[in-house]
Design a binder for this molecule. Structure first.
Ligand code: ATP
Ligand code: MG
Length: 564
C-alpha cells in the first residue's frame, strides 16, 4: 500500500467517527419519533460452524449500535433446525464473541427455548384464519407456487375450517404423521409478486432429536416464522440481517403484525462482508481440513475468528477494520490488504521490536576477543519511547540474515560484502573481510572485523555507513520455528479450478525450522506479539509453541506486498 493510500485510509477512519451510517439514521428517527423507547439488537448465529470475519462484522455492528444508543445486545442461538446443529459450536461461538469484546451480559438465549411460544403463535394464526394445514407434498407445493412471472395456485386444502386446522395441527404435534406428510402454511396470497408471500410453510413435521429439547417436539418452525417471533419475544427493536433476506422482509412484517406484538421489531438489511483471497465457505474449509491441507478450522491461513486469533490479529484491529469498511446496502469485496493495514496500525506502537534471524548464516568477528561478551542497549520501540529499552548480549559469533551478505553485490546493495563497513544495530560498525563456503558454494560463515571505538553503532570521527543490519548473539540465541503465510488463494489467478476444486497457492505456508531469536523472546509469558526487526509482526502460536521449541506465526509483513 502506498503512502497516499495509507493517508486515504486514515482519513476514512476519521470520517467514520462523524458520519452516520444508514442504520444509525433509522434508529435515531425511530427514537425521535417515539416509535421505540429503547434500542435492543442481537446476534443470532446458527450453531452449525465456526464464526468468520463476516460474522465479526455483524457482531460488532449489533453490539456497537446497542452501546452507542445505551441499549442492550442479546446473544441468541438460532437453533430451530435440528438437523445441522451441534453443541460443540455453541462454546466456540461464545468464546469468539467474548474475545471480540461484545458483551451480552445475562442475555444468552436459545431460540429452541421459545418452541412453546412459537406453537402458541401458530395456533393463534389458525384461529384468526391466517394459517392452514396442507397435505400437498413438497414437490406439489413447489409446483403450485408458480414462478417469478406466473402467479401461484391455491392449495386444495386452503379452505379447511379453523376447527379442522386446529385438530390437524395438534395431530402434527402429537406425532400422528410422517415427515413431509403435512405442513402448516401461512394463508397470505398465492398471487403475490413476492414468492415468499405465497402461503409459505411455517411448520413442518420432522421426527428428529434436538440438541436442546430432545424428543419433545416432532414439529419444527421454519426460519421465516421463527425469527420474527424470537426477536419480538426478546423486545428486539432493530433486527439486523444481511441482504439476502430483503425479499423476506414483507413476511417478517406479516408475522409480527398478525401476531399483534406491540412495537414489533423492524428488519434492516446490510451487505455481507466479503474479503478477497480468503476462503469462508464451510464446504470448502471442511474439505481443506479433511484433506489435511490446513491444520484445523483455526489454521492461521483461514479467516475464522479462531484462525485470526491464532494468527495474531487483535480484537481492536478487527474492530477498526469493520469500522473502516462501514455498512452499506451494496455487496462488494474488501481487499485483504485493508485487514493487514489495520493490524499493522494496531501493533505498531504497542509491541516491542525484537531481533530475530529467520534465515541464519554465521558472522564471526575475527578481532573480537574469544571469551568476551557484553551487553548492548536496544530500544524497544523507536516510535514509542515509553516502551523503554533492554540489554542484548553481544559476542564474537553472531547470526545474521543470509540475504544481508553478498559476495558480489549488485549496485545499491549497502549491506555486507567484502570491504564494506556496516552497522550491527545497537552494537558496532564492522567491516566485512570475506566468507567461507561449502563444497556446493554455499556460504557457511561470513567474516568481519569490528571497530571497538564505535560501540552503540556510531563512529567518533563521524564517518557514515549506509547499511544497518540486525543480528543475534549465537551463544545466547534461542532456536525457534517460524511460519510465514501467504493467502491461500489468489483471486487474480482464479479461486477455483475448472473442476470446481480450489486453486490453492502452493506457497501459502513456509515453515522455517531453524530461526534464531534474541533470548528475551523465550520469555513469552507476558507478551505474545512482537515486531521482528525488518521481518514483520509475529505472534506465538498458541497451539504448537512450547518452551523447548517456540513457534511463531507471521501476522503480517512490515510493508504490504499487495498491489492495490
Ligand atoms: P449459513 O450459510 O449457515 O446460513 P451464515 O454465515 O449465514 O451461514 P448464520 O449463523 O446464519 O450463518 O449467521 C449469523 C449472522 O451473521 C446472520 O445475522 C448473518 O446475516 C450474519 N453474517 C453471516 N455472514 C456474514 C458476512 N459475510 N458479513 C456480515 N454478516 C454476516
Ligand atoms: Mg444463515
Amino acid at each position: 500500500m502506498s503512502v497516499q493510500e495509507e493517508k486515504l485510509m486514515e482519513n476514512e477512519m476519521e470520517k467514520e467517527v462523524v458520519s452516520k451510517n444508514f442504520i444509525e439514521q433509522i434508529i435515531e428517527k425511530d427514537l425521535e419519533e417515539g416509535y421505540y423507547d429503547h434500542v435492543q439488537t442481537r446476534f443470532p448465529p446458527e450453531p452449525n460452524g465456526y464464526l468468520h470475519i463476516g460474522h465479526a462484522k455483524s457482531i460488532l455492528l449489533n453490539y456497537g449500535l446497542a452501546q452507542k444508543y445505551n441499549g442492550k445486545f442479546n446473544m441468541r442461538f438460532d437453533d430451530t433446525n435440528p438437523t445441522k446443529e451441534k453443541t460443540e459450536f455453541v462454546q466456540s461461538i461464545l468464546e469468539d464473541i467474548r474475545w471480540l469484546g461484545a458483551d451480552w451480559e445475562d442475555r444468552l438465549f436459545f431460540a429452541s427455548d421459545y418452541f412453546e411460544q412459537m406453537y402458541e403463535a401458530a395456533v393463534k394464526l389458525i384461529k384468526k384464519g391466517k394459517a392452514y394445514v396442507c397435505d400437498l407434498s413438497a414437490d406439489e407445493i413447489r409446483e403450485y407456487r408458480g414462478t417469478l412471472t406466473e402467479p401461484g395456485k391455491n392449495s386444495p386444502y386452503r379452505d379447511r375450517s379453523i376447527e379442522e386446522n386446529l385438530q390437524l395441527f395438534e395431530n402434527m404435534k402429537n406425532g400422528m404423521y410422517q415427515d413431509g406428510e403435512k405442513v402448516l402454511r401461512a394463508k397470505i396470497d398465492m398471487s403475490s409478486p413476492n414468492i415468499n408471500m405465497r402461503d409459505p410453510v411455517i411448520y413442518r413435521v420432522a421426527h428428529m432429536t434436538h440438541h436442546n429439547t430432545g424428543d419433545k417436539w416432532c414439529i419444527y418452525p421454519m426460519y421465516d416464522f421463527a425469527h420474527p417471533i424470537e426477536d419480538a419475544i426478546e423486545h428486539i427493536t432493530h433486527s439486523i440481517c444481511t441482504l439476502e433476506f430483503e425479499d423476506h422482509r414483507p413476511l417478517y412484517e406479516w408475522v409480527v403484525n398478525e401476531l399483534e406484538y406491540p412495537n414489533p421489531p423492524k428488519q434492516i438489511e446490510f451487505a455481507k462482508l466479503y474479503l478477497t483471497n480468503v476462503i469462508t465457505g464451510k464446504r470448502y474449509i471442511k474439505k481443506l481440513v479433511e484433506d489435511g491441507i490446513v491444520d484445523g478450522w483455526d489454521d492461521p491461513r483461514l479467516v475464522s475468528i479462531a484462525a485470526l486469533r491464532r494468527r495474531g490479529f487483535t480484537p481492536e484491529a478487527i474492530k477498526n477494520f469493520v469500522e473502516l469498511v462501514g455498512v452499506s446496502k451494496a455487496n462488494s469485496s474488501v481487499d485483504y490488504a485493508m485487514l493487514e493495514y489495520c493490524i499493522r496500525e494496531d501493533l505498531k506502537l504497542k509491541v516491542p521490536r525484537m531481533m530475530a534471524i529467520l534465515d541464519p548464516v554465521k558472522l564471526v568477528i575475527d578481532n573480537y576477543p574469544e571469551n568476551q561478551s557484553e551487553l548492548v542497549e536496544a530500544v524497544n520501540n523507536q516510535e514509542n519511547e515509553e516502551m523503554g529499552s533492554r540489554m542484548l548480549p553481544f559476542s564474537k559469533e553472531l547470526y545474521i540474515e543470509r540475504e544481508d551478505f553478498m559476495e558480489e553485490p549488485p549496485k545499491k546493495y549497502f549491506r555486507m560484502f567484502p570491504g564494506n563497513e556496516v552497522r550491527l544495530m545497537y552494537a558496532y560498525l564492522v567491516t566485512c573481510t570475506g566468507c567461507e563456503k561449502d563444497e556446493n558454494g554455499n556460504v557457511t560463515v561470513v567474516h568481519c572485523t569490528y571497530d571497538p571505538a564505535t560501540r552503540g553503532g556510531n563512529a567518533p570521527d563521524g564517518r557514515k555507513v549506509k547499511g544497518t543490519i540486525h543480528w543475534v548473539s549465537a551463544k545466547e540465541a534461542v532456536e525457534a520455528e517460524v511460519r510465514l503465510y501467504e493467502n491461500i488463494v489468489d483471486e487474480e489467478k482464479g479461486k477455483l479450478n475448472d473442476d470446481g476444486t480450489l486453486n490453492l497457492n502452493p506457497n501459502s505456508l513456509t515453515v522455517l525450522k531453524s530461526c534464531y531469536l534474541e533470548p528475551e523472546l523465550a520469555k513469552t509469558e507476558k507478551l505474545d506479539k512482537f515486531q521482528f526487526v525488518r521481518n514483520g509482526f509475529f505472534c506465538v502460536d498458541s497451539k504448537d509453541s512450547t518452551k523447548e521449541k517456540p513457534v511463531f506465526n507471521r501476522i503480517v509483513s512490515l510493508k504490504s506486498s499487495f498491489k492495490l
